[in-house]
Design a protein around this ligand. Sequence first.
Ligand code: ADP
Ligand code: MG
Ligand code: ZN
Length: 504
Amino acid sequence: MTAQAVETGDLVAVIGLEVHVQLETATKIFCGCSTDAAEEPNTNTCPVCLGLPGALPVLNEGAVEAAVKVGKAIDATIPEDTRFHRKNYYYPDLPKNFQITQYDAPICQDGELEFSVGGDRRTVAIRRAHLEEDPGSIKHVRKGREDIETRTCSIDRADYTLVDYNRAGTPLMEVVTEPDFRDPEEVRAFLEKLEEVLEYLGVFDPTRDGSLRIDANLSMVPAEEVGDDGDIDEAVLEDANRTEVKNISSHKGAEKALSFERSRQKKLIESGQAVEQETRHFNETHGNTVSMRSKEEEKDYRYFQEADLPPLQVAGWKDEIAIPELPDARRERFQREYDLSEEAASKLTSTKQVADFFEDVAEAYDPALAATWVADNLLGELNYRDIEITEIEGRLDEVTRLIELVAADEITAKNAHETVLRRMLDEGNDPDAIVEAEGLGKTGEDEIAAAVTEAIDENPDAVADYHDGEGGAINFLVGQVMQKTGGSADPGDVNELLRAELDG
Ligand code: ADP
Ligand code: MG
Ligand code: ZN
């Protein structure tokens, strides 16, 4: 190793992303076929999405609306006119032999997204976000096993390949960032934020298989090329040999693939070898990347304007289409309006559904009670069980009912959380049934008063200790009353009643 090579220890990773996001529309982008994924293969198809000769595309207005919403959310420029191009390449999942996409006039340009990572706020510039159609999906299969799902394998081990055109024509948005990331951890935080925003907009379903697919570009640049403001000269970026890692389908996967790629390139450079400019494939199981092909260039695709779709005038759309309050704004408002900590407000705005639920409860009862119940109790128990709030969507009314029982002082907060909520989640019963079965209804005042008198009569020693100023005595007496009432009295109330009786 030369002295020069040893000094290259100070290398900085430069990362830019191309994120493919499926937009949630009922029908495909250029035909009326359903985008429903849960169908038999090749049933949601028609001459347009099968690419049959002579079939003509008709643009889905809903997809354009969704794209405009994304553009507004990332503060992008939406041009007067936008148009579509054909990107020509041959692959079995692309029956027309070209993909309809956007080229020189994408629907969104020059946006940005702000996010938090490790306590810092970061902003990454978004170069463009354009509309295109998803290709079909393919499965490489090995012979001789029971069902298709367990027979899929990598292409080099396959006996044959199946193609399914149900996905072909699903509207996609490709979001292309500037190479502004310096660390794989930032990428993960960005992707989380992007998904959150898309979900808030109601244009994206994260639970759908393959709804977010990432190509990640990484190069290593000498640290001294990074300016004080973190910027790197265009020419340096242009010259740096970068790899593009394909086939990443999760936030965690992106972080893993890029960490691997960063050390791989660093090792090459430090040992005096060149990084090949190439496309690499991320192997999720092995956590590594392998070379796929030399990087294709723009001219390979022979882009030309899509003659079957006229240019689209979208000048007025930005003003006409409204978007909901986004996570950052909502978090800040929650802090102000409900007097919440940043941590609580962040938890409560983590998804739109959580935020909506919190606001419903806060309005009906009390913001502080709502915050404890939604941010701590509910999300805590769901998290412990690895359940998403969307999975109990139909049962949120029951959670509201439980909070109502606490607010009305009909059961103790402790019983409501530790017994009723947990049983609701584990056993599926509704709160009233659990309260009834467990006898958790708060004991009536008379009964508590009787238990207080009894406890005092039965424990003269503890009473004497109390009057001698011994701190533990009151706790002992509270315990006695709790026992007599089967734990359904409120310990704070009992404490007060006892003191009133003893001091009176
Ligand atoms: P191409 O046309 O070859 O795909 P682009 O300039 O369109 O290249 O950029 C594609 C992606 O590569 C973008 O996300 C961009 O941020 C990223 N990128 C550009 N230069 C670099 C670099 N030096 N290192 C890492 N990523 C980069
Ligand atoms: Mg590209
Ligand atoms: Zn179709």
